[in-house]
Design a protein around this ligand. Structure first.
Ligand SMILES: [Zn+2]
Length: 502
């Protein structure tokens, strides 16, 4: 029986973020990620189908008769570059555990693909390099999130890599299964040929969902390519733009029984990506234009006009308290409009203190971004809520949520959901809890980039992405890159990046 070591080390690094990445974030449970797991504890991923690649790898390994030695597994939510000492501490844990069970026939690594550590050093490249030093020349197979920014060095160092194929990500388990199948092929002594292509353009986040075009039909080509003779595996990465490294952006990698098959498969997918380039451009409206358009459309539309505040998305590290769109709604006298969720603990507390039916003059939102100011007005406290509520949409159905004190405030035809804890607007329950039924609203403003689609998508008569400033920059043309590779187009059919000469 072949012996496979398993380790996981997952982080999506936003090199522009002001949120630090601490060792304890990896040690404790955080958001989506369980606490750091060692040895047999990792086998908890064998209980049911968990949306984590190691779960699929472990279970598929059983059916393929591979013996898996679980070593260390850890991960945490997106934030700043991983400090070098934190990176070294966690790598030492992984490598110490690895040394204790030598030798192996193969190593499986559950990684993200967009980790940066220390001063702009590529995390995954260094992880695989250090593992290789310990285990020598045996197959190393990695699974990756589809937001991985893959460097040519990283690709060279790994014998095989397998990416997720869905965004929102719902196929972590399947990515692990596919990794196990490739691992089996490699440890059985078969030769694998590989090909790597970098995209010449970046994909703005709002264009990336694999549930809509242009990404939908692009990803649908992967199984088609894998069904070709001699092709073993194909992956497309969309990349994570908030990362200032030369290799940031989409890439393609393929594995096959011949070099020709690998190259042809990679070229086919790259051509398909280029054919769709126009669809990967940014399509956003200023707050003023977006509100104007929404008011016009809402007069005749059968359904709700969704205005998406894509950049003030708590799920990507933004504060979720900007009021640019609120100001426009009021200025342009929008009616039957609702907006959420504004993160403003002080406003929520004031509303609770005043009570339902009261009118309060408060500065609302606008407290986090430099240069931004609250929208001060007299708001009516329509409805209050505090405590647990239950998610209703596909992403959080049946799950207990709690945003602390919440309130529905209203001002001149606009209703606003205010919360004490921060969360992106990905579920209707966030509105229903304070008495707003989203399906009855004509103009609905959501602070979210893509995840809102899961529960609000079916309401939409029209979706308008709004270009209102926040901590996330949707249009890569406006991101202050210093280290991106020269010549890459900053979005579909966009301008080329040129490093600033000093
Ligand atoms: Zn991702």
């Amino acid at each position: 029986m072949k012996r496979i070591g398993l380790a996981g080390f997952i982080h999506e690094t936003n090199t522009f973020s002001s949120t630090p990445t601490l060792l304890e974030n990896f040690i404790k449970q955080s958001g989506f990620y369980p606490e750091l797991l060692q040895g047999e504890d990792i086998l908890q991923f064998k209980q049911g189908k968990v949306n984590i690649a190691s779960s699929g790898f472990l279970q598929e390994a059983d059916t393929l008769d591979l013996e898996v030695i679980p070593l260390v597994w850890c991960g945490t939510e997106p934030s700043q570059s991983v400090p070098e000492d934190v990176f070294n501490t966690l790598m030492d844990m992984i490598l110490d555990a690895m040394r204790k069970s030598l030798p192996y026939d193969g190593i499986y690594l559950d990684l993200h693909g967009a980790m940066v550590y220390g001063d702009l050093q590529d995390g995954e490249t260094e992880i695989i390099r250090r593992v290789r030093q310990v285990v020598g020349d045996i197959p190393i197979v990695a699974s990756l999130d589809l937001h991985g920014n893959i460097s040519p060095e990283n690709f060279e160092l790994a014998d095989a890599m397998v990416g997720y194929r869905t965004y929102p990500h719902v196929d972590g388990y399947e990515a692990g299964q596919r990794s196990a199948v490739l691992m089996k092929y490699l440890v059985d002594g078969n030769e694998v040929y590989k090909a790597f292509r970098q995209s010449p353009f970046l994909m703005p986040a709002t264009t990336q969902p694999t549930t809509i075009e242009p990404a939908k039909s692009l990803y649908a080509l992967i199984p088609e390519v894998e069904a070709r003779e001699n092709v073993l595996s194909a992956s497309i990465m969309e990349g994570f733009n908030a990362c200032d490294l030369p290799h940031t952006g989409p890439s393609i990698f393929t594995y096959a029984k011949t070099q020709q098959a690998a190259d042809e498969a990679a070229d086919f997918l790259l051509d398909a990506m280029l054919e769709r380039e126009e669809g990967f451009s940014v399509n956003m409206f200023s707050a003023a234009d977006a509100v104007k358009k929404a008011i016009e459309l809402s007069n005749t539309a059968d359904g709700t006009i969704l205005l998406i505040d894509v950049q003030d998305n708590a799920g990507g590290g933004s504060p979720s308290d900007s009021v640019w769109i609120l100001e426009e709604l009021i200025k342009q006298k929008a009616q039957n409009a609702a907006l959420g969720v504004i993160w403003d603990p002080a406003a929520a507390a004031a509303a609770h203190q005043a009570g339902e039916g009261a009118e309060i003059e408060i500065p609302l939102g606008g407290k986090s971004l430099p240069g931004h100011t609250p929208y001060t007005a007299v708001y009516k406290v329509e409805q209050l809520f505090e405590g647990d509520f239950i998610g209703v949409g596909p992403m959080v159905k049946g799950r207990r949520l709690n945003l602390g004190k919440m309130a529905q405030l209203s001002h001149q035809g606009v209703r606003i959901v205010v919360s004490t804890d921060r969360m992106q607007a990905l579920d209707r329950s966030l509105f229903q809890t304070v008495g707003i039924e989203p399906s009855e609203v004509k103009i609905l403003v959501l602070k979210s980039a893509n995840h809102y689609r899961a529960d609000f998508g079916s309401l939409a008569a029209e979706i308008i992405n709004v270009d209102a400033p926040s901590a996330i920059i949707e249009d890569p043309v406006k991101i202050d890159y210093k280290h991106l590779r020269s010549g890459v187009r900053l979005k579909g059919l966009g301008p080329e990046f040129k490093p600033v000469q000093k």
